[in-house]
Design a protein around this ligand. Structure first.
Ligand code: MN
Ligand code: MN
Length: 453
């Protein structure tokens, strides 16, 4: 009998077979992550993976039967993968796993292009919570879509192929930074200075030759003219592939772990698990800016989907929701010894100690959060422990320091028992975040255990 609770280290507990499983699983994740830098990328990648496994497109009003494997795509930015079970929906409800697939980045402004001193730049407006200084002097790739007149959409991706050029935002040299160095870190870099270089060779004798060159090149490759920026969604994200960290390759550094590091495991759990329940894996958009809008988790779309699925199977949507359960799969902060003063050590989440269950997030005395019930946490604990999952629990940081939010409360507000759980992340929201492969695999196993309970 263990009277005392002790956190376990996944790598320490793993035998040879488990270690191989952890490392093999991480390779699939890294591939997924590289093609999922934006919500559109993640949605397209998930669609492809679902189709490879026999999942078929679904739209509201379609007929459904037990055993169906479906996906519903909401405006190309938000996907719901549905596995219809044989259990009575009224009695068992649906099991939902909801992660978000948008990540902090630099969106282009509607009129982004300008030239100064012979170099053309694109102006950006950052999306989500970033520390501006981190986005300077790193290789950036341009992703997104532009709508041309008449409804034609072009997809843009520059900076990810080995031979592609990248984009770059400059910083002040240390030699001339005497004044800048005295400023607080949050105000030293201005949002209006996050302008990325796009061209430098002037086009003939034109007045703004570099700007003209940029427009010429964009038109040649994508058919875009300057006004088309106004009907586009283009953004800069860190360029390049996920990389292993450490001599033993225990960790992965990449852009967008928050929250693809939870989206991928919930999807693989839905694909792989043995469950008679109806399962839904949600890839949500707009979490980083408050989950508003038609593709965010505050949209009615999830409610409509549950209603349509319930009715199509002859169930009562109200009963179904009441008996449903949801894991809001989102990352948490990993304890960082370099900044130990913001963490409360007993209630922090530690790298390599498994996916972390978070009963509540929020700030200022648990405001603006879902606070999962003891019953819901107990339900998950049994699911994980019975399946031999190594997991932990924690809070984001010290009470008075700050806080955070997830999609949990928006799903709980629909009358669905919900609890947060996710992979601990080092340097969350940085261009390159770090996670542990063991925690990633723990998240997969936890989601399988939830689906199979
Ligand atoms: Mn998140
Ligand atoms: Mn986030």
């Amino acid at each position: 009998m263990d009277y005392e609770y002790k956190r376990k280290n996944c790598y320490k507990e793993a035998d040879k077979k488990e270690l191989k499983a952890i490392f093999d699983y991480a390779e699939g994740y890294k591939q997924f992550l590289f093609t999922s830098k934006t919500e559109r990328g993640a949605t397209a990648t998930a669609k492809k993976l679902a189709e490879e496994r026999g999942y078929k497109p679904y739209t509201f009003g379609d007929k459904i039967k037990a055993g169906d494997k479906l996906y519903f795509i909401n405006r190309d930015k938000n996907i719901f993968i549905v596995r219809v079970g044989t259990n009575d929906l009224n009695k068992h409800g649906v099991k939902i796993m909801a992660a978000h697939v948008d990540s902090p980045r630099l969106d282009l402004k509607p009129n982004p292009l300008f030239e100064d001193s012979g170099v053309a730049y694109l102006k950006t407006h950052y999306y989500g919570g970033i520390k501006k200084y981190q986005w300077l002097t790193i290789p950036l790739a341009l992703h997104g879509v532009a709508m041309l007149p008449g409804g034609k959409r072009v997809d843009v991706c520059i900076g990810e192929d080995e031979g592609d050029p990248i984009f770059y935002i400059s910083d002040l040299l240390p030699h001339l930074s005497q004044e800048q160095n005295t400023k607080p870190i949050g105000s030293a870099i201005k949002g209006e200075n996050l302008n990325a270089i796009i061209t430098g060779i002037p086009c003939g004798d034109e007045e703004e030759g570099a700007k003209c060159a940029a427009l010429k090149l964009l038109h040649e490759k994508y058919g875009i003219t300057e006004v088309d920026f106004q009907t586009s969604e283009l953004c800069f994200v860190p360029a390049g592939k996920p990389r292993d960290v450490g001599l033993d390759r225990a960790l992965i550094s990449a852009y967008g772990h928050d929250d693809k590091v939870c989206a991928y495991p919930e999807m693989t759990a839905l694909f792989d698990c043995d469950s008679k329940d109806t399962l839904i894996a949600v890839f949500a958009d707009k979490e980083e800016t408050g989950s508003n809008g038609v593709t965010g988790m505050q949209s009615r779309v999830i409610l409509d989907l549950i209603e349509c699925v319930s009715r199509a199977l002859g169930a009562d949507p109200v009963l179904v929701r009441y008996n449903s359960k949801c894991v809001s799969a989102d990352v948490t902060a990993a304890y960082d010894p370099a900044y130990s003063d913001v963490y409360e050590k007993r209630n922090a989440s530690y790298i390599n100690c498994g996916a972390s269950l978070t009963k509540y997030h929020g700030a200022r005395g648990k405001s603006s959060t879902n606070d999962a019930s003891a019953e819901m946490v107990g339900y998950l604990r049994d699911a994980f422990d019975n399946a031999g999952v190594i997991w932990q629990t924690g809070e984001l940081g010290k009470i008075d320091i700050g806080g955070g939010g997830t999609v949990a409360m928006f799903i709980a507000n629909l009358g669905i028992d919900t609890c947060d759980m996710g992979v601990p992340v080092l340097s969350m929201h940085a261009p390159y975040e770090v996670i542990s492969k063991a925690d990633l695999y723990s998240m997969h196993k936890a989601m399988v255990a939830f689906c199979e309970k």
